[in-house]
Design a protein around this ligand. Structure first.
Ligand code: BG6
Length: 287
């Protein structure tokens, strides 16, 4: 079942329920901000202080960073992570092929405002499949007469029980750029988080697995060769207007990306798709 709703601050979203899960998708930014399998805890983290208002980025869920990830490469005053996440998308299609699956397709095309920020003609489509797992595909189509270079991320905020008790597998021996020290390093063993962490990993092709004390989250990707691991830790969490001092404890961003060396050049008339497939399973607990 799909119901169109509006937040108290006027954000329009789709409220979805099927036999597998519930989900909420804002038309602004094609931003999925809730996904929960029945009988499980929510997969994604959403800040208690997040605005759910038109024109303001949502803090949590899966923001779509496009057409650039992070700061624009030569114009740092342009919006961080691009303009898609605060742009109004058009609902192209909703489909409920059976009781287990719901598919939503949202579209954004160039507009006078986007051409002012980024002078290229484009279309992006975001296909979201709500089922026993969550699948999000971001497709960029170059409608311009010149090649288009994009960087992008499906900026997933995962809900974790306690950041200091999780482990992340699948990034071992890959190199990363540490955004906090501006160094290139190699990942030695599994990732654990006990301080502010902001890294862009390259040549990431394996499943990334978050091990929490009672569940495992699997992150699979297609059309991606990079991943970001981000946790702001205490000071930044406290300083951000849409987080609380303790927000950092229960979230971890692992982003399916085309970032830095993994940016993509799309020829006129061609397209590129970036997909994240997110799933979780409960683990048996001792005792
Ligand atoms: C991450 C970046 O992807 O997003 C971080 O690597 C950034 O550097 C974080 O702080 C949050 O960005 P924003 O723009 O949503 O505050």
């Amino acid at each position: 079942m799909i119901t169109e709703k509006e937040s108290p601050d006027g954000l329009q979203y789709l409220d979805i329920t099927n036999r597998n899960a519930t989900a909420k998708i804002a038309l602004q930014g094609a931003h999925l901000f809730h996904y929960q399998q029945h009988h499980n805890a929510p997969l994604l983290w959403l800040s208690d202080k997040s605005p759910l208002a038109s024109g303001r980025a949502i803090r949590g869920g899966v923001p779509i960073c496009w057409p650039w990830f992070g700061k624009h490469f030569n114009m740092p005053l342009l919006p961080q992570h691009g303009f898609a996440r605060t742009s109004p998308f058009r609902l192209l299609q909703v489909n409920e092929p059976d009781n287990d699956n719901t598919e939503v397709v949202l579209q954004l095309k160039n507009s006078p405002e986007s051409l002012h920020l980024w002078p290229l003609h484009f279309e992006i489509q975001v296909h979201i499949n709500i089922a026993a797992s969550l699948r999000i595909t971001l497709t960029t189509v170059n409608h311009d007469s010149t090649p288009m270079t994009i960087s992008a991320a499906l900026h997933s905020y995962f809900a974790v029980s306690d950041i200091e008790n999780i482990s992340v597998k699948g990034l071992e021996n890959t190199t990363y750029w540490d955004a906090l020290t501006n160094e290139i390093r190699t990942q030695n063993g599994i990732v654990t988080i006990n301080k502010a962490t902001d890294r862009v990993y390259q040549n990431v092709y394996d499943t990334i697995v978050i091990g929490d004390h009672n569940r495992q989250i699997d992150i699979n990707s297609q059309g991606s060769g990079s991943a970001i691991v981000w946790n702001p830790w205490i000071d930044k969490s406290r300083a951000m207007s849409d987080m609380t001092a303790n927000s950092y404890k229960t979230m971890l961003c692992i982003e399916t990306a085309n970032a830095r060396e993994d940016k993509r050049k799309i020829a006129p008339g061609k397209s590129h798709s970036l997909t994240a497939i997110l799933s979780s399973r409960q683990l048996l607990q001792d005792g």
